[in-house]
Design a protein around this ligand. Structure first.
Ligand code: URA
Length: 210
C-alpha cells in the first residue's frame, strides 16, 4: 500500500490559496501569502513528529518536559519555487537543516535537469521534508527524492501547495514510500505541463519574472 496522500483542507489555507490563484494578486501579496500558508502547511506536516522528554527546571520546580526526539529535521527545497515554501517553514522550525536541489524543467521534454545539489550530512538519521509548491508531472519531485535517497535519506515526506492527479499517480508509482501533503488536488495538467486551474508558474508569480 502506498504512503498516505493528504489534502490539508484547513479553512485559512483554502482562503489564502484562493487569493494566490487569482491572477490579479500582486507579486508582493503572492509571496506574503505563500509564506503564511507554508507556516500552516508545516504545522500539519510535522503534526506526528515523535516527542521525548527532557529534564528542565521551571521557576517553580523540576519537570520532564516534551521535546522533539532525534536529529534536526531537513527541509529540502527544489529550486527555485521551493524557496517560497522553505522560508515560512524555517520561521516555524528555525533549527531545521536545509538542502537545496537545483532542477529546471526542460521546456520541450518537461524532464528535470539538475544544476545544483547541496544537502546536510547524516541524511539517513533525519526526517527530510521535500518542498515544491507544484506537483505537476512529478518529474522534478521524483528526481529530487531519488537523489536524496542515493545520499542516504530513508524517511522522506513531500509537501506541495497544488497537485495534479497525473503527477500524484506517477509519484506514488515511483515513490510509494513517500507520503504526499498538499493544500489542493486540481483537475489536470494541460499540454504544456501546467496545473489546471492552478495558479500559473509559481516561480514567476513569486519573483515577478513574467
Ligand atoms: N510548475 C508551475 O510553476 N506551475 C504549474 O502549473 C506546473 C509546474
Amino acid at each position: 500500500m502506498p504512503a498516505p496522500f493528504t489534502i490539508i483542507d484547513h479553512p485559512l489555507i483554502q482562503h489564502k490559496l484562493t487569493i494566490m490563484r487569482d491572477k490579479q494578486t500582486s507579486t508582493a501579496s503572492f509571496r506574503r501569502l505563500l509564506r503564511e500558508i507554508s507556516l500552516l502547511l508545516c504545522y500539519e506536516v510535522t503534526r506526528d513528529l515523535t516527542l521525548t522528554t527532557k529534564r528542565i527546571e521551571t521557576p517553580m520546580q523540576k519537570m520532564d518536559a516534551p521535546t522533539l526526539e532525534g536529529k534536526k529535521l531537513v527541509f529540502a527545497s527544489i529550486l527555485r519555487a521551493g524557496n517560497g515554501l522553505l522560508e515560512g517553514m524555517l520561521d516555524l522550525v528555525p533549527a531545521a537543516r536545509v538542502a537545496h536541489i537545483g532542477l529546471y524543467r526542460d521546456h520541450d521534454t518537461l524532464e528535470p535537469v539538475e544544476y545544483y545539489f547541496k544537502a546536510p550530512e547524516k541524511l539517513e538519521d533525519r526526517l527530510v521534508i521535500v518542498v515544491d509548491p507544484m506537483l505537476a508531472t512529478s518529474n522534478s519531485a521524483t528526481a529530487a527524492i531519488e537523489k536524496l535517497k542515493e545520499r542516504g535519506a530513508k524517511q522522506i515526506r513531500f509537501l506541495c501547495l497544488l497537485a495534479a492527479p497525473e503527477g500524484v499517480k506517477k509519484f506514488r508509482a515511483s515513490q510509494p514510500d513517500v507520503p504526499i501533503y498538499t493544500a489542493a488536488l486540481d483537475e489536470c495538467l494541460n499540454e504544456k505541463g501546467y496545473i489546471m486551474p492552478g495558479l500559473g508558474d509559481a516561480g514567476d508569480r513569486m519573483y515577478g519574472t513574467k
